[in-house]
Design a binder for this molecule. Sequence first.
Ligand SMILES: CC(C)(COP(=O)(O)OP(=O)(O)OC[C@H]1O[C@@H](n2cnc3c(N)ncnc32)[C@H](O)[C@@H]1OP(=O)(O)O)[C@@H](O)C(=O)NCCC(=O)NCCS
Length: 179
Amino acid sequence: MQICQLTTIDGNTLEGLNALLHDCVNNGASIGFIIPLSNDTTHHYWSQVSKALEDSLYLWIAKTEGQIVGSVQLNVCTKDNGRHRAELQKLMVLSSARQQGIGKQLLEAAEHYAKNLGLRLLVLDTEQGSTAELIYPRLGWEKAGVIPDYAITPNGRLHPTVYYFKRLPITNSDSESLQ
Ligand SMILES: CC(C)(COP(=O)(O)OP(=O)(O)OC[C@H]1O[C@@H](n2cnc3c(N)ncnc32)[C@H](O)[C@@H]1OP(=O)(O)O)[C@@H](O)C(=O)NCCC(=O)NCCS
């Protein structure tokens, strides 16, 4: 398994990312979409991601034997008072490739990159009680709180969302660059 960062999304990659997104949503992941999920919706979503890669969004994929089996995104805050933080988004692993450490390695890749950018804080939200809730505390994320009825599951039910955060260690050069 290989993890690589993408700065553009070409045709083959788009199909792999699209298949991954459909797989996760159709298997119940609450990651911004509801079912039935059309290709038009997901192609539009990935074209927005592709544009944002030119700006403040970073994207990693995990590949096994040429197939995309996972991905994650880091969205750096562009507000003047928030440029030290980023939101971790759309951590996804193909349902047939789960519990092999791929999600963990994707998280570690994004976190490592965030540290190198000099970021100090990562945040994310996830469905309360989902499998994803098992992974974040294991990797040092702290629970900030729960918001009831925050989002809608792919099959149309309101669900509570949990916010997590992770502080990143400060290095000497960071403390100068972010003042
Ligand atoms: C959440 C998700 C990304 C985890 O990916 P994964 O590749 O299966 O996770 P990993 O194999 O790296 O597991 C990481 C840790 O979580 C634990 N874990 C993962 N899935 C688990 C499960 N179903 N039951 C129990 N523990 C589980 C692993 O045991 C591991 O812990 P360890 O390091 O102490 O052994 C994957 O389930 C997924 O894509 N879900 C759908 C999309 C989604 O909900 N994303 C979250 C958006 S916020």
